[in-house]
Design a protein around this ligand. Structure first.
Ligand code: NI
Length: 174
């Protein structure tokens, strides 16, 4: 396993539309190693998700995991999930406003609207399709990571750029 270098905005790989994964490669050792490295990278940088374009791999893959009791909104927690060729279907209006950050936009936070409830359909790390219905913070993390696969970051979704700020400054006030 290895901790991968994270690409920040300004690197074209973050803004490119990632390619679908050929299901035939999912079980290969190279691809499984990529998944392990993405998980290790997410843990190293204390993220709740990492998308492959953030580690310079332009493929439709993301991992996410929210620790139980996480202060970012994951009271119940979300188990480690691998999303390959994911599809997200909204099941509610795009109405929830919460603060987000991103490893590719270090140090900053901003308020982003997200669908409260979505259906996620994807392939898992064994190559099998699965479907889950997610709400709240779980749904938010899914939408954030899947956005990365289309070259979008949370800044693009913000309705009011005045809510953008440096975490250090925001913590000083709280
Ligand atoms: Ni991100």
């Amino acid at each position: 396993m290895a901790i991968l270098k994270v690409a920040r905005i300004g690197n074209p790989v973050v803004r490119a539309r990632a390619k679908n994964v050929d299901p035939a490669v999912i079980r290969t050792s190279d691809f499984q190693r990529l998944l392990d490295d993405m998980v290790e990278t997410m843990h190293e940088y204390d993220g709740v998700g990492v998308a492959a374009p953030q580690v310079h791999v332009s493929l439709r893959v993301a991992v996410l995991e929210v620790p139980r009791g996480d202060g970012r909104g994951g009271r119940k927690g979300v188990p480690l999930t691998v999303l390959i060729n994911p599809k997200v279907t909204p099941l509610s209006p795009r109405a929830q406003l919460e603060i987000e950050g991103c490893l590719s936009v270090p140090g900053l936070r901003g308020v982003v609207p997200r669908f409260e409830k979505v259906r996620l359909e994807a392939l898992g790390r064994d190559g099998r399709p699965y479907s889950v219905i997610a709400t709240g913070f779980h749904a938010r993390v899914i939408q954030h990571e899947v956005d990365h696969l289309d070259g979008n970051v949370y800044l693009d979704r913000m309705l009011d750029m005045k809510s953008l700020g440096f975490l250090e400054e925001m913590e000083r006030l709280s």
